[in-house]
Write a protein that binds this ligand. Structure first.
Ligand SMILES: [Fe+2]
Length: 165
């Protein structure tokens, strides 16, 4: 039996994906090279896939899959602040934002359901924690100058974008 606490957390995670998709979609225009376009495009794709992965579970839990205007507005505002920063600083800011405001809620989802209770919900909940940690890893890679910084995110995509070059 899926709890109400799980459902509330699931709805927050879905809105988080809507926020992220809007933010990275809005960041696409700021890319200054093929590599930057690939990284931002990969993040945009990651959030879109996050939404589609969650929708069947939301529907099964009786939750709306409607996208929240407030989540979109939050994503647009956050990306506008970040677009004003130089490339590496933008990802340092993203790292801190995700770690403080999104990761705890995403990781909580897996703690609110067990595989005995609902194997599919538990699988998706664990995946969303992994999803959010990959976003942190990408951000840390950019700050550190690691080659192919988007690799941890691209590895979780079902429909990855072609790498430049
Ligand atoms: Fe996400």
């Amino acid at each position: 039996m899926i709890s109400n606490l799980f459902k509330e957390c699931l709805a927050d995670v879905y809105h988080g994906e809507v926020t992220g998709e809007t933010a990275f979609g809005n960041m696409l225009g700021s890319a200054e090279s093929a590599d930057q376009s690939y990284i931002i495009g990969t993040l945009f794709q990651f959030e879109t896939e996050g939404k589609t992965i969650l929708r069947p579970l939301l529907a099964r839990c009786g939750l709306s899959i409607q996208e929240d205007d407030e989540a979109r507005a939050g994503g647009k505002a956050a990306s506008e602040q970040m677009n004003a920063l130089p490339w590496s600083q933008r990802f340092a800011a993203l790292h801190d934002l995700v770690k403080a405001n999104f990761l705890p809620r995403y990781e909580e989802l897996a703690a609110l359901v067990s595989a005995e209770e609902d194997p599919e919900a538990a699988r998706i909940a664990a995946f969303m924690g992994e999803h959010e940690r990959a976003l942190l890893e990408l951000s840390a890679n950019i700050v550190a100058g690691t080659p192919d910084p988007a690799a941890p995110v691209a590895a979780l995509l079902h429909h990855p974008l072609p790498q430049p070059g």
